[in-house]
Design a protein around this ligand. Structure first.
Ligand SMILES: [Zn+2]
Ligand SMILES: [Zn+2]
Length: 400
C-alpha cells in the first residue's frame, strides 16, 4: 500500500491485515522500487497524487523492470477521470479502486480484486452460420463470440459472430463504460456478422479496439467496415459513437495490452487466420477457432500439429475448432476445420487442463454434441489423463 498520507497508508494496512492479506505500507513513493525488489509483493495498491513520484510514474518504473513487471498494480483514487484511467493503463496498471467512505469497505474491494478469478463466457459457439431451433438449445445457435474478463473495466472478446449482440445487450444493461478489445480470428462471415448489432459500439465514452490480421490500419478498418456498406446494412460504421481503434496484427508475436498479454499464431484455414493465447494472472487461455489439423498421433512427426501443441502447451483452457466428425472430415479435408478426435489428441499432447470443443458444425444437434463429449471423455479416461473436455455451450461461464 503506497500513499503519501501516513494516516491512510497505515489505516489501509491495518484493514487489509484484518482481512488476512499480508500487507506493508509505504508513504515515500521514492522508496517503493527498492522495497519491491527486496520483498516481491504480488500486488501493489498505490495512490495517484503523490509528491516526486506519482502513481503513474511508479507504475511505469515497476513495469519497466523485467523481474517486477508481473506484479499487479491497482490505483486508488477519490476521483477517477477518463484521462487518468488511460494514463494508468498505458503505464501498465491493472485496475482502479475508488476511495470509499470507510477504509474497511475499501479494503474489502481490494481483497475482491485480489481474489477475482478470470472468467470466460461463451456467447456464440456455432460455426459457419447461426442455427436457431429446438435441436440446438443446449449448445446454442449463435456464431463465435467469447468474452474474457481480466478484471478492471476492460473486456476481451474473441470474434464478433452473432453471439456478440447478446453480449452487447448484457453490457449496456450494466450501463458501465467499457473498453472492449475485440480479437478477430479472421473475417469470414460467421466471425464478424454480429458486429453491427453490438450495442456498446454506438455509445459515446466507450472504447473499442479491433485486432485482426492485416498489415495496416486503413485496410483493417476497411475490412471491418465493408459489411456495413449501404448495400448490406443500413447504418455505416461511421455511426459508431464509441471511440474506435484499429490495431493491425501481422504474423506471430507477443503483445502487451493493458493488463494482459496476447500471443498470436497463424492457423491452417483459408485466408489469414490467427489463433490467440491470452496470458493473464498466471492463467493461459488459448483460442484456436477455424483451424485444420491433420490426423495426429503422438509417434508421428507432423510439423504443423507440433506447432499447435507447443502453442497451446499447458493452457488452463483450450477453445478449439472441433467442427467435423471422422466421416465429415473425409469429404471436407482442406476446408480448414478439424475432426474433433484429432484436436482432442492435440489437447492431450499439449497437456491442457480443459478442452472446450467449439465452432460446432451447423448440422450438429445437441444430442450429437452430447455423444461427442462422452466419446472424448471416455478416451481421456482411457489414457488416464486429468484433462477435462466439454462442448462449449452458449451462456456457459468457465471460471479459472
Ligand atoms: Zn468460422
Ligand atoms: Zn472461417
Amino acid at each position: 500500500m503506497v500513499d503519501d498520507s501516513r494516516l491512510l497508508a497505515q489505516g489501509m494496512e491495518e484493514c487489509l491485515k484484518k482481512l488476512g492479506l499480508k500487507t506493508s505500507s509505504l508513504t515515500d513513493s521514492t522508496k517503493v522500487i527498492d522495497f519491491v525488489k527486496k520483498n516481491k509483493p504480488r500486488f501493489i495498491l498505490t495512490d495517484i497524487m503523490m509528491p516526486i513520484v506519482d502513481g503513474f510514474a511508479l507504475c511505469n518504473m515497476i513495469k519497466a523492470e523485467n523481474n517486477l513487471k508481473d506484479i499487479r498494480v491497482a490505483m486508488i483514487s477519490s476521483k477517477i477521470f477518463d484521462t487518468d484511467r488511460e494514463r494508468a493503463y498505458r503505464a501498465g496498471a491493472e485496475a482502479f479502486i475508488e476511495k470509499a467512505d470507510s477504509l474497511d469497505l475499501q479494503a474489502k474491494r481490494v481483497k475482491e480484486l485480489f481474489n477475482e478469478p478470470v472468467q470466460v463466457r461463451f456467447w456464440g459457439t456455432r460455426g459457419s452460420v447461426p442455427v436457431p431451433g429446438r435441436a440446438t438449445i443446449k449448445y446454442g445457435g449463435n456464431t463465435p463470440c467469447v468474452e474474457v474478463r481480466p478484471g478492471g473495466d476492460s473486456i476481451i472478446i474473441f470474434d464478433a459472430g452473432t453471439g456478440i449482440r447478446v453480449l452487447g445487450d448484457d453490457l449496456t444493461k450494466k450501463k458501465a463504460k467499457i473498453r472492449a478489445h475485440i480479437f478477430f480470428s479472421h473475417f469470414h462471415w460467421d466471425h464478424i456478422q454480429g458486429l453491427p448489432f453490438f450495442g456498446p459500439a454506438y455509445l459515446q465514452d466507450n472504447h473499442i479496439y479491433f485486432y485482426g490480421y492485416e498489415d495496416n490500419e486503413a485496410r483493417l478498418g476497411k475490412i471491418i467496415s465493408d459489411q456495413m456498406e449501404s448495400t448490406y446494412y443500413p447504418v455505416p460504421i461511421t455511426r459508431f459513437g464509441a471511440k474506435i481503434h484499429f490495431k493491425p496484427i501481422v504474423g506471430e508475436k507477443d503483445y502487451q495490452i493493458e493488463n494482459f498479454v496476447i500471443s498470436t499464431i497463424c492457423l491452417n484455414h483459408p485466408g489469414n487466420t490467427l489463433g490467440y493465447m491470452l496470458r493473464h494472472r498466471t492463467k493461459l487461455i488459448a483460442y484456436l477457432s477455424d483451424n485444420e489439423v491433420a490426423h495426429h498421433k503422438k509417434e508421428e512427426v507432423n510439423e504443423y500439429n507440433n506447432k499447435i501443441v507447443n502453442f497451446a502447451k499447458g493452457a488452463d483452457l483450450l477453445i478449439v475448432d472441433a467442427q467435423y466428425n471422422a466421416n465429415q472430415y473425409k469429404t471436407k479435408r482442406g476446408w480448414g476445420h478439424s475432426n474433433y478426435l484429432d484436436i482432442l489428441e492435440i489437447g492431450l499432447s499439449a497437456k491442457v487442463k480443459r478442452i472446450a470443443l467449439f465452432h460446432h458444425d451447423p448440422a450438429r444437434t445437441d444430442d450429437d454434441m452430447d455423444e461427442i463429449v462422452s466419446e472424448c471423455r471416455a478416451i481421456i479416461k482411457d489414457r488416464g489423463s486429468e484433462t477435462d473436455c466439454f462442448g462449449a455451450q452458449e451462456g456457459m461461464v468457465v471460471t479459472l
